[in-house]
Ligand binder design. Sequence first.
Ligand SMILES: C[S@@+](CC[C@H](N)C(=O)[O-])C[C@H]1O[C@@H](n2cnc3c(N)ncnc32)[C@H](O)[C@@H]1O
Length: 386
Amino acid sequence: MKVKLYATVDPGLEHVVLEELAEIAPLERAVVAPGRLYFTAPLELLPKIITWSRTVNKLYLVLSEEEASNLEDIYRAVKNTPIEQYLEPNQSFAVRASRLGEHSFTSIDIARVAGQAVIDRFLSLGLPRPPVNLDNPDVEIACELRYSHLIVSLNLTRESLHKRGYRIYNHVAALKTTIAAAMLRLARFRPEHVLLDPMCGGGTIVTEAGLIRKNIPPVLYGRYLELRLRKITSLRSLWEAIAEEVDRAKERVLGKISSEKKSICMDISPKHLEGAILNARSAGVDDTVRFVVGDAKRIDQYVGDVPDVVVTNPPYGHRMHRHRLDELYYHFLTSLSKLGRGIVAVFITSAVDVAERVLENTDVELLKRIYVLHGTLPSYIYVVRT
Ligand SMILES: C[S@@+](CC[C@H](N)C(=O)[O-])C[C@H]1O[C@@H](n2cnc3c(N)ncnc32)[C@H](O)[C@@H]1O
């Protein structure tokens, strides 16, 4: 059976996510919207998408779609949605509502009316009244009103998949894991590549690369795995079909299958580097990384191997003066060029003025520039070649 789904993604990276998803499952009717991907895929591949996507934030199963212009329409639409297929009578639920456009009511009103419609549907079918639990529901129903288009869906991932569960050292300016994974895709990173992150902070980029090298699904860690999909009883058998695959990946984490240290994680701060070691170890991929205290302004003096790809997240300048940032970006790119020509480097920054000035004054080739939101911070991802 084919089902309609939508994924929330980091704005700006929709096409990168689409490319990844199309490698995991055959997608049909994909539509790209800001921060969103709508598509149709085989139902039985849902766990595979949730397990293996490194770039999706949340995934939703669309239950119904209708035009709705007032609260009565919304009540009717939700009451006609067969939610009992996914919510057992003794399970708790919550409605999360959102809206886009001008309406005479709030999203709290939508949640209230939709919640009542769910309860009324159960009662009218002769089923026990399902309990509401707003803090920790078994099943989360999303009601989204985009202008007059209502989408009722089931949150399949609960918390955002970017919360991997391996991060134990929180760098003050940590990069979102899903963006790190998308940047690795933009760099065309392959498991056999030598990767350099010369300003690695807490090591998010090399840790994500380590997961790819060891073929470890990013949902593996901590309590997050337990939350995914299992609560939705009618989909549990789908999850069990992939559980064995996930268990085998667990062995790869615990059982340190030999892998060469092909990622270089460099930072000027020993403290951050200690944190990066903790994070990579917690993810079971520290055996794929060489950690180096060093200065990104003189990469050629610290790094012997010529990297195949460079992916990095330099400081944005909240704590640094503009001219110091210019200097850092300039020497990062020129010392990288000294290592070799033809190296692809991908970096993300919100210091766009600095990046643009420096790119004008160096002979690295600008291949692509992508506007993205890093959380709420407007940034650009630059893809360049030395
Ligand atoms: C935005 S943070 C990187 C965060 C990292 N991507 C993460 O997810 O944790 C930038 C890092 O660059 C480092 N840095 C600043 N100047 C540097 C230099 N000259 N050489 C190497 N690292 C530097 C800082 O210590 C900081 O950890």
